[in-house]
Write a protein that binds this ligand. Structure first.
Ligand code: SAH
Ligand code: SF4
Ligand code: F3S
Length: 467
């Protein structure tokens, strides 16, 4: 199983693995010995496509001599490019789109007698698009929980709505039940996933109002809080979902990603502050600091509004860490636009930032603005300047933590040094703990004093194992 994309894509990979395990398959040590190789692709930027084609082409020779092996391509590129995958990589056996994951086993059976098998359909009418598609978490102590599929926005740069479809929220009770089930298996941290998590439930309330659903379905769709309430007064439900998930026995940490700044409401910040399990960590994707560019992107907010909401978040949620995404070189971005981004990013003092070079995506609005594309050398220089500003604030934020005592959830041994354990604080900061057996302490919570900081991680000394 090879995963190329975002957390949702990872969560889908877990679903695929779960489906295949039920067929008696077990994970292989490498693609060189696997009978079935599944690529779960991403197409958010061109380099994601290229990485996939590079890897799948390495299997060409082996596939030519091994008539039993199967190569499956799933995920967002599979949904978007379909035929192109068979054109560029004819040794691929199966293409399965983002909505058809559940048919993967059937497609494998079909491919015994068919050369190129494809299913990119989207036919499910189920109340819960992920019913029957459970995902066993890769880690025993933490899990992804997809609460919503697709996206209803139309950011000019973004291919996600094309390859993931429109927004569909999973029923409130289905999410809570999934979290309960995970907690009963020992999971203590969940991350709620969606492309726009704080519009979670908008479609559910629409459905309720339109269909006059009976009380049983109301409770399932929108949570018990609304069973007795007036349908007319139902509002979006993300804040309630945060509280409900945070209240599940055994859940100590709740995270979520990504909210959209334009839909971020005070009630969500309140739920974060008032629900002890919800972590003091917010991913708040800015994209650009120029109002002109934000408008061209159709982001639905201006820089000043973003900043106001950020201040509100920090006021309501004490000790909040904020991360962001920024795109450099969006078509038409002038020096002044970029300066506005630098300035706003500096003022926001993010804990960390994911910075991306704009990548034109086929079929997106901005992908057609060829006459406004920015020269690569201009982008490269802007990218470096932006990185300097984001790293400065990341380092400053990390330094502030030195001397503090933090709760750390241990993820396992550090990748570089087995005598060091790695874990995360509630603010989602990576901490290395020397002299801790990461293998043994995986999944346990410890108290540690932060003793040193760099831009990307912290060092801590454990005070007490098993907090
Ligand atoms: N729904 C999420 C975004 C998912 S994509 C959200 O709105 O926050 C993750 C990030 O990839 C985006 O925030 C954006 O910064 C970046 N991205 C998306 N399309 C891109 C493109 N064509 N080129 C460069 N970066 C892109
Ligand atoms: Fe893409 Fe915008 Fe939807 Fe995020 S909100 S997935 S950036 S269209
Ligand atoms: Fe995620 Fe990439 Fe698809 S970012 S939604 S896997 S295009």
């Amino acid at each position: 199983m090879k995963t190329f994309g975002c957390q949702m894509n990872e969560n889908d990979s877990e679903r695929i693995v779960t489906l295949l395990r039920r067929q008696g398959m077990t994970p292989a040590l490498s693609e060189d010995v696997a009978d079935v190789v599944v690529f779960n692709t991403c197409t958010i930027r061109e380099n994601a496509d290229n990485r996939f084609f590079g890897q799948v082409n390495k299997l060409r020779e082996r596939r030519a001599v091994d008539s039993q092996m199967r190569i499956v391509v799933a995920g967002c590129l599979a949904q978007g490019e379909q035929e192109a995958i068979f054109d560029r990589a004819p040794h691929v056996d199966i293409v399965v789109g983002t909505h058809a994951l559940g048919s993967i086993v059937e497609l494998l059976d079909r491919s015994a007698g068919e050369q190129h098998v494809i299913d990119v359909s989207n036919t499910s009418e189920a109340l819960d698009p992920l019913a029957d598609l459970s995902a066993e978490p890769t880690d025993g102590h933490k899990a992804w929980v997809t609460i919503q599929t697709g996206c209803d926005n139309n950011c000019a740069f973004c291919i996600v709505p094309q390859v993931r479809g429109g927004e569909v929220s999973r029923p409130f009770q289905a999410v809570v039940d999934e979290v309960r089930n995970l907690a009963s298996q020992g999971v203590s941290e969940v991350t709620l996933l969606g492309q726009n998590v704080n519009s979670y439930g908008r479609d559910l309330t629409r459905r309720l109002r339109a269909e006059q659903t009976g009380p049983t379905d109301r409770g399932y769709l929108t949570g018990q809080v609304y069973v007795s309430g007036s349908i007319a007064r139902i509002r979006p439900l993300f804040a309630d979902l945060l509280r409900a998930v945070g209240a599940v026995d055994g859940i100590r940490r709740v995270r979520f990603t990504s909210p959209h700044p334009k839909d971020m409401r005070e009630e969500t910040f309140r739920a974060m502050a008032e629900s002890p399990a919800v972590c003091e960590s917010l991913h708040f994707p800015l994209q650009s600091g120029s109002d002109r560019i934000l408008a061209a992107m159709h982001r639905g907010y201006r820089g000043a509004r973003f900043f106001e909401k950020l201040l509100e978040a920090r006021e309501i949620v004490p000790d909040l860490a904020v991360t962001t995404d920024i795109i450099v070189g969006f078509p038409g971005e002038t020096d002044d636009d970029f300066e506005a981004t630098l300035e706003l990013v500096a003022r926001c003092e993010f804990d960390s930032a994911f910075t991306f070079i704009y990548s034109p995506r086929p079929g997106t609005e901005a992908g057609g603005w060829r006459d406004r594309f920015i020269a690569p050398e201009v982008i490269a220089e802007r990218f470096e300047r932006l990185k300097h500003v984001t790293e400065r604030s990341a380092f400053a934020k990390h330094r502030e933590r030195v001397g503090r005592i933090e709760e750390i959830l241990i993820d396992g041994p550090s990748k570089r040094d087995a005598s060091v354990a790695s874990g995360r604080t509630r603010q989602n900061k990576l901490v290395h703990l020397a002299g801790v057996d990461g293998e043994r302490e995986r999944g346990s919570y410890v108290q540690a004093r932060i003793v040193d900081a760099s831009a990307h991680f912290l060092h801590g000394e454990v005070l007490r194992v098993r907090a």
